[in-house]
Structure formats: C-alpha cells, structure tokens
Design a protein around this ligand. Structure first.
Ligand SMILES: [Zn+2]
Length: 420
C-alpha cells in the first residue's frame, strides 16, 4: 500500500544540497533545504517520491492520502548512544541526591553502576527483554526510529552476555533498526580489586571472542576516564576488536582529558562520545582527524546533553565544534544513573537552549549526523528516494523552530518506521 502525505507546511530534507556528503559539518548543518508546501510518498517501506505540491502526482486510486496541512515531515530521530537494558530505575538515588547525599555516599550505600550491575545479575533474560521492549516503544512515541543499545551493567561474562542476548532478541522483535554495543569496560567489577589490566584482559581474551562468535556485537565501547579505563586500554580493546572487524565507539573526555580522545581517533573510532571536557589540544586533534584525507570513517563527535542536564555538568562545546567546520551528532545516553530519558526532542531543545545550536543544526545532529555515527547514512537520517521511510509527522506548528523552542512539549503526531 502506498501512502502520500500532502499539503505539508514543510519537508525537512537535511541533505538535499549535500547528497555527496555522508554527514553535515560546519555551516551545512544550518544550511540544508526545507521544501515548503510539500508532499512525500511512501511505498513498500521506502521513500518513493517527494517534492513541492506543484509537482505532486494527482492520482488517488490505490493510495492512502493523508492531509498534512500545518505540519512538517522530518526524518525520524536516531539515537546513536543508549544504555536501555537495565533492571530497575535509580529514582531512589535521585531522591537521596535531592536530599543532599553525595555520589560517594550513595555509592557506599550500594548505589551507582554497581547497583545496576547487581540487579542485572539477579534478573532473567525475559524480564530484561520485557522492560527493554517497553523502553523502545516509549522512545518511538518521542520520534526515535533507530537506536544503538549498549551492554555494560553486567561486568561478568555471564551478565554481559545476558544483556547482549536481550538486545539481540529485541532486534528480532521490533521494526526499529537496532545496533548492539559491547561495553564490558564500563566500570571495574569489585572482584578485580583495582586491577584494570586484568579485567581488560578478560574482556579481550575471553568475553569479546565469545560474544563476537555468537553474533552479539556490532560495536565495542569503553569508558576512558580518570579512575576508570585509560588510553592504553582503548588500544588493547581495539587490538582485540579488529580481529572481528568490530569498530569502536568510545566514552571519552566526560570529566577530564587524559588522552582518550586521541587514542580513540588513532584506533579509527566511528564516534567519540561525551566530550564535555575538551582542551584546546583536544579541539585541534579532533579537527585534524577530519582534515586528513585518509579514507577511513571520521570519528564523529557525539554530545549527550541529557547527561549534562541530569548531572549538572558542563555541556559539550557543540557551538565551538560546529564553528570549527566539524559535524556534531547528539544522542540521549538514556540510562538509569545519569540520563534517565530517551526523549531526543528534549535533547534537541537542550542543544539549542544550552549548547547554542540553531534549530536546524540541532535537527541535523539527531538525524543525519546520528546516522553517520552508526554507519547508517545511506539507509536513513535524511529525505531521499529509496531511503527507509522513517519519518516524523509533527502536530500543526507555526514553524520548525517552535519544536525545540517549546521544550518538554510533545510536538509529534506520528512516527513512521519503514513506512508503518
Ligand atoms: Zn553512555
């Protein structure tokens, strides 16, 4: 069945003038084409045709017509960084924090990542799957049609495998495209008593080969931070991951600059995520990674403004990154400890209100550039013939800027996933 949405106030193409680029960088993040008074046609799950109403086909037999008066079509949002598999939320820790408890006090009482880890251990796969499916459904209501999901609360071979199997089962059950990331190096399990090297060895020599053989992994990830894992651990992880052709996505520069960004670039990471804390040298090194003509994928920076909001830490310097002619992607980081929301519309608002992006730059960051962060830029993230019909039909709004301007409001009428 074909569907045509007509009389749209606007159609956000994102890459209409940039079909030859795989992402939008610098000025082009704000300069993409919005087609006014537009239509779009969907056939067999793909975008079949689109353009201005003056070129809209006239026939209405064998086609479902939707009137889009006053509304916009946007590419559906893509969440390139989430931790959606977890047992229970940590709202009780939030309550303690709001009553004045510090992180250290909460951790001493059994809170933090190790709390989530304990809960994963005592949950079975079916329970974890049910709650994951609920969260994926919830993210669809706020416009997300494709998402990456990480392990990392397991911290033992059995529990990490359990998380990855849950992600794999979700892939088979939902129409959203899902990528699975092995983040064994998220925190050090208590049993390793400060011996990070030994735990990385277990990850590289025991866990990763097994999980890769079982087809459970699309990317590897590591939390490179003071008191967590170091740049040399990134080298070791990538050395192991290269044998299975698994690219790196890395948590770097969240609280400090310890060379994680440089190690991720050296190891040809597909994305460098967080970057709240960047020195001038970090900015230069990131710039150089994009300047080079080498043919490997560029390590696109990914900001996580929901985490900055929740933890009350600085925001990634997105304005400076874009002003340096680089691309920027934005993801939710949805997780129970530091960003308990998968709402990318809210991240879009934060990108504007707190990171000083323009509304068009913010949309580019959660669509076309997010697709690049996952290697999906030829399949989704912008409007072009033959791409997946992953689309958002907004409610009637005065203009595109109204959407991030009205933070916390739901301006989405429908999310289409592969045309449905
Ligand atoms: Zn994260």
């Amino acid at each position: 069945m074909r569907t045509r949405i007509e009389n749209l106030k606007g159609l956000a193409t994102l890459r209409e003038n940039n079909q030859n680029c795989d992402f939008l960088a610098g000025n082009s993040m704000d300069n993409w084409t919005m087609i006014d008074d537009a239509f779009i046609e969907i056939d067999s799950g793909l975008i079949n045709n689109y353009g201005s109403m003056s070129s809209c086909p006239k026939g209405s037999s064998n086609i479902q017509i939707i009137d889009g008066t006053g509304r916009f079509i946007l590419p559906a949002f893509i969440d390139s960084h989430t931790h959606l598999v977890y047992a229970n939320d940590r709202s009780e820790e939030f309550n303690m924090r709001m009553h004045g408890s510090t992180y250290t006090e909460i951790a001493t009482l059994g809170g933090g990542i190790l709390n989530s880890s304990k809960q994963i251990m005592s949950s079975n796969e079916n329970q974890l799957l049910d709650s994951l499916l609920e969260r994926i459904e919830k993210s669809k209501k706020t416009g997300t049609a494709a998402l990456e999901i990480k392990s990392g609360y397991g911290l033992t071979a059995d529990s990490e495998r359990k998380m990855l199997r849950v992600i794999k089962r979700a892939k088979d059950q939902v129409s959203q495209k899902i990528w699975s990331t092995f983040l064994g190096a998220h925190a050090l399990p208590l049993s390793y008593k400060g011996n990070h090297d030994a735990y990385i060895e277990e990850i590289c020599n025991e866990m990763l080969p097994k999980f890769a053989d079982e087809g459970l992994v699309d990317f590897v990830d590591i939390f490179c931070e003071t008191n967590y894992f170091s740049p040399k651990h990134i080298d070791a992880l990538c050395n192991a991951a290269n044998k299975f052709n698994l690219p790196l996505k890395a948590h770097v520069n969240q609280f400090s600059s310890i060379g994680g960004l440089q190690a991720a670039i050296k190891n040809q990471a597909w994305s460098v995520d967080h970057l709240e804390f960047m020195t001038d040298q970090d900015h230069q090194d990131l710039y150089r990674a994009f300047e080079s003509n080498l043919s490997y994928r560029k390590p696109i920076p990914v900001a996580l403004p929901g985490c900055s909001l929740f933890l009350d830490i600085p925001y990634t310097p997105g304005r400076r990154i874009i002003d340096s002619h680089l691309p920027l992607a934005i993801a939710s980081d949805c997780n129970p400890g530091s960003a308990p929301s998968s709402n990318l519309g809210l991240c879009w608002s934060l990108a504007c209100h707190k990171m000083k992006l323009t509304p068009k730059e913010g949309l580019a960051a959660i669509t076309t550039n997010a697709a690049y962060a996952l290697g999906a830029e030829k399949q989704m993230g912008h409007i072009a013939k033959g791409l997946d019909a992953n689309l958002i039909l907004t409610k009637p709004v005065s203009n595109l800027s109204f959407i991030p301007y009205s933070f916390g409001e739901n301006n989405i009428e429908y999310t289409f996933i592969q045309g449905r």
